[in-house]
Design a protein around this ligand. Structure first.
Ligand code: UDP
Ligand code: MG
Length: 321
């Protein structure tokens, strides 16, 4: 255990909840969560991270805190994204176990006691809730998930279908994640990468309590690019293989071109020439794009800017983070 987390003050469980524009459902969610927590755990804290909401989420949280002494909060200066909100929650959480879950009720709080039980029973350091049905998701969310997971599987070899951010982490896993020096984070993939013993627990994605999903397709695409470039250099290897393939194809075409020239039919072959130019033109641009994505990743890393900025804190005992 790191000196940052004194054993005496550490609760058994911290629940980290990233929230962006969840004013309509946040109170109902907290009530449900509290109901589940009181049933299984006497010593817990809830870290609600308001990721720069533009609605009344923070006001609702502040009001709820007067009734819920275990509720603590962080409010970002602006929207920094769910990954940053999770990171902030993990940095502040003191629990010997930490559960990360969505604020919209899609990750059912009723699963929390079971997750905690599995962790208490040992020896797993991660309890991962797996989506077994996505009935609560719309067709767009399902398509996005299918596309995203397919891309991840092809490009990084990591199978994330069914994986969710709803997971319990032992303190050892949290400390391991926080010790990563890199800034770009992909919570789901990084926890798998750590290799700690994992137990899985199936759950059905519930409908949102209120509001609609905050992810646009553009944001999801950005997350996919970040996730892939942060997790694996496989696409760079793919470019290399594409280049090799191109060289073989070019060699064959050279033979054909020389043959045509010797046979005196050199003017034909316009079609094949066009195909080759188009193919290699687009392959070159695509490859530059892939290189660009990695370059952008390195650029973001070396700037060493903070991952988020905190505007307000609620019920936080330590102000040094
Ligand atoms: N969220 C966040 N920052 C964002 C977008 C979303 O903290 O920029 C939170 C959101 O409030 C919710 C969770 O991340 O608690 C999942 O978001 P959402 O329900 O929109 O995504 P989906 O369920 O479709 O994956
Ligand atoms: Mg949701």
């Amino acid at each position: 255990m790191s000196p940052d987390h004194p054993t005496t003050a550490a609760p058994e469980l911290s629940v980290v909840v990233p929230a962006f524009n969840e004013a309509a459902g946040i109170v109902a969610f907290l009530e449900r969560l509290l109901g589940s927590l009181h049933a299984c755990c006497s010593d817990f804290e809830i870290w609600l991270v308001d990721d720069g909401s533009r609605d009344a989420t923070w006001e609702q949280v502040r009001a709820a805190q007067e009734r819920i002494p275990q509720l603590r909060g962080l409010r970002f200066t602006r929207n920094f994204g769910k990954e940053a909100a999770i990171l902030a929650g993990l940095r502040h959480a003191q629990g010997r176990a930490v559960i990360v879950m969505d604020a919209d009720g899609q990750h059912p709080p009723s699963l929390v006691p079971q997750m905690l039980e599995l962790w208490r029973a040992g020896p797993a350091q991660i309890v991962a809730a797996q989506k077994i049905a996505r009935d609560g998701d719309g067709w767009k969310a399902r398509f996005n998930a299918w596309f995203f997971n397919g891309l991840m599987r092809i490009l990084t070899g990591l199978d994330l279908s069914g994986a969710s951010d709803f997971r319990l982490l032992d303190r050892r896993v949290v400390d391991a994640l926080l010790a990563f020096p890199e800034k770009v984070r992909f919570f789901r993939g990084m926890t798998v990468w750590t290799g700690f013993v994992t137990k899985q627990l199936g759950f059905e994605v519930a409908p949102r309590i209120a509001g609609s999903t905050q992810w646009s397709t553009a944001q999801l695409t950005r997350l996919a690019v970040t996730a892939i470039t942060a997790y694996s250099a496989k696409p760079l290897g793919m470019i290399f293989r594409l280049g090799l393939l191109g060289m073989v194809a070019a060699g064959l075409l050279l033979v054909q071109a020389l043959y045509s020239w010797y046979s005196g039919i050199a003017v034909s072959g316009w079609t094949s020439l066009t195909v080759v130019v188009l193919f290699f033109g687009s392959a070159t641009l695509l490859s530059l794009g892939v290189l660009g994505a990695y370059l952008a990743q390195i650029f973001d890393e070396i700037k060493r800017r903070p991952e988020f900025l905190v505007l307000e804190r609620l019920n936080d005992q330590r102000d040094d983070r």
